[in-house]
Design a binder for this molecule. Structure first.
Ligand code: CA
Length: 237
């Protein structure tokens, strides 16, 4: 079945070339040229992924993304940024974007990232009944955390945590593999589904956000630990 991509981009030339290439790759596309229309279309059409420019008329991409997350939407959001500004990229991730890509980007790279994000979202939907071993559909526990793969929810001392899709994916990955150290490259490949390396800072930012939610003292973590010079490991169990 065709997946639908919502393109929110005010530069018509970029929007057109994105739509052209996405359609050629087998996707259906919707387009909005300002943020408010983009938000309305996201609500109305429930797309499988949103390509989101940051600088937009009426409502900027950051605000659009934040509003969607506040409304509980888990749609994968890939931000398009024209800037090299690190603060912009981090802010996008903080507000709930799954990933960003810096203009100018190659169409090949963009299609690879769109595909990776859609496959991951689809795998999450199908996983509880299909591809995971029965034992794993029970519960995973570590310290104060309980993760239910079938319910796709995480509780800390019984209280439900509000995790983004990516934070959940990352935590599930670690909780299935306690005590093992993973490099940022490995996490990028196995959790983000990238066959090449994206910006590894994405991993660090997501780890930091996850720690703020699962750790009692995020600056002094006891569950999700940094192995200096190597990567990260999950110590809980
Ligand atoms: Ca723009």
């Amino acid at each position: 079945m065709g997946k639908t991509i919502l393109i929110v981009e005010d530069e018509q030339a970029i929007s057109d070339i994105l739509a052209f290439n996405l359609v050629r790759a087998g996707y259906e596309t919707l387009s909005a040229t300002d943020g408010q229309t983009g938000l309305d279309m996201a609500r109305a059409y429930n797309p499988d992924l949103i390509l989101l420019d940051i600088m937009l008329p009426v409502l900027d991409g950051f605000s659009l993304c934040r509003r969607l997350r506040e409304e509980g939407s888990a749609v994968p959001v890939l931000m398009l940024t024209a800037r090299e500004d690190e603060a912009d990229k981090v802010l996008g991730l903080e507000l709930g974007a799954d990933d960003y890509i810096t203009k100018p980007f190659s169409m090949r790279e963009l299609l690879a990232r769109v595909g990776a994000n859609i496959r991951r979202a689809a795998a999450d939907e199908q996983a509880p009944s299909a591809s995971r071993p029965a034992a794993e559909t029970e519960f995973l526990t570590a310290g104060p955390l309980t993760l239910s793969p079938s319910g796709m929810e995480v509780r800390k001392r019984g209280a439900l945590l509000a995790l983004s899709q990516r934070e959940y994916d990352l935590l599930l990955f670690f909780m299935r593999r306690p005590g093992n150290v993973f490099s940022r490259e490995e996490l990028m490949r196995d959790v983000w589904n990238y066959e090449y390396y994206g910006d590894l800072r994405t991993v660090d930012v997501t780890i930091r956000r996850l720690r703020e939610k699962i750790e009692d003292s995020p600056g002094n973590p006891t569950l999700l630990l940094t192995k200096r010079g190597t990567g990260y490991l999950f110590a809980g169990g």
